[in-house]
Design a protein around this ligand. Structure first.
Ligand code: SAH
Length: 361
């Protein structure tokens, strides 16, 4: 058994932090100040909270922690994408990616250590799920990257977030929702929900639950195939929630939130990239006004899949458009640094326990 971890203050929303410091005999304004140190100034050490009484800081340092992952590896791509391997307090490692777009900096965060969903093309799930990340740990991924940016340029700001790293965000629903409140809140980095995308493999009950939250984020659904036989072969989750359940849930989501869903479609040579598949896909999504993102599958070790060639992807895209289905081929960032989720963690794990501590299970 790992040693019990002290409570992590990044996990607390302001009312909870207020209760925490009240229990230490401190007034509410202290909680507000501490919240700002944690979520706006992004300190990693209580000693940096220079406007707090020394005695309080000493008590906090004894009884609580600040999520501060260690950067184990940093891989920089020619296109400016930086992929980080981060080690958490309990020794588990996750990946976080910084992408630079014309409109600003975007961070791709992991939401779990490993993943239980078993998609056959995905490196993150090959060794299963180890544990969920807490809200504070997910936020700390963003904070770690933001601190790195500040070192280069004090004005550089993470403006967008995608929940597309390791893990299935809707399989860690409560912590992810808490993270979204913390990261979008005015007392924190205040990143607007419209600048946040959440990607799911298609957990229907959680899509319905998310619809009720009525958030302005963009929901991406990893579709990857337009019929159950093809999709189940690629994604075991399709056996639990086949297309006849998933697509109506997506329609309900759009109706409830007024936000269009974006569908991810990883193009796999000879599996889902034929003209017939394009026709089926357009028929499946007919009338939704949704967007389809086409992306060549990133080959990973131990997976039988290889990517469709560029000409085929362009033809598939044109076919969808001709059928009235909105589609684009997604620009691939960081292809030269194994930026597909989970690959760096797997590579490092394969290198042996001296570079990556054992995971708990
Ligand atoms: N679990 C969530 C989010 C993490 S994966 C989900 O399934 O959506 C983020 C995206 O990367 C998903 O669309 C996933 O299907 C895709 N993906 C995973 N491995 C890939 C690979 N090898 N090549 C291309 N896309 C991949």
């Amino acid at each position: 058994m790992p040693a019990p971890q002290p409570p992590c203050l990044n996990d607390l929303e302001l009312p909870e932090l207020t209760a925490y410091v009240a229990a230490l005999g401190q007034p509410a304004f202290r909680a507000k100040q501490i919240y700002k140190w944690l979520h706006q100034k992004l300190v990693t050490d209580f000693a940096q909270m220079t406007d707090q009484p020394k005695a309080l800081l000493a008590r906090l340092a004894e009884s609580a922690a600040i999520a501060a992952p260690v950067i184990v590896r940093r891989q920089q791509s020619r296109d400016g994408t930086v992929k980080y391997l981060l080690r958490l307090a309990d020794g588990n490692c996750i990946e976080t990616v910084l992408m630079h777009y014309r409109y600003g900096y975007s961070v791709c965060v992991s939401t779990q250590v490993g993943c239980a969903m078993g998609c056959r093309f995905c490196a993150s799930t090959q060794a299963g799920r180890v544990r969920d990340l807490t809200a504070g740990e997910i936020a700390a991924e963003v904070y770690t990257v933001q601190r790195e940016l500040w070192q280069r340029d004090a004005a550089a700001r993470v403006s967008h977030i995608v929940l597309m790293g390791i893990g299935e965000p809707l399989h860690n629903y409560d912590n992810v929702l808490r993270f979204l409140r913390i990261i979008s809140g005015a007392g924190g980095l205040n990143i607007g929900m419209r600048n946040i995308s959440l990607s799911t493999c298609g957990l229907v009950p959680q899509i319905d639950r998310l619809a009720k939250e009525n958030l302005q984020l963009t929901l991406s659904v990893s579709l990857h195939a337009p019929d159950d036989a093809t999709r189940s072969a690629m994604m075991p989750v399709n056996d639990a929630f086949p297309l006849e359940q998933l697509i109506p849930a997506c329609r309900r989501y759009q109706a409830a939130t007024g936000r269009r869903i974006s569908f991810e479609y990883a193009m796999v040579r000879g599996v889902n990239d034929s003209d017939d598949m394009a026709r089926k896909l357009a028929a499946l999504l007919k009338g939704m006004g949704a967007h389809v993102n086409l992306i060549p599958v990133n080959p990973v070790d131990g997976s039988p899949y290889s990517a469709s060639d560029d000409a085929n992807i362009r033809r598939f895209c044109a076919r969808l458009q001709a059928l009235g289905q909105n589609a684009t081929v997604r620009r691939r960032l960081g292809a030269d640094i194994s930026a597909a989720c989970g690959q760096l963690r797997r590579e490092t794990a394969a290198a042996g326990p001296e570079t990556i501590p054992e995971t708990i299970s």
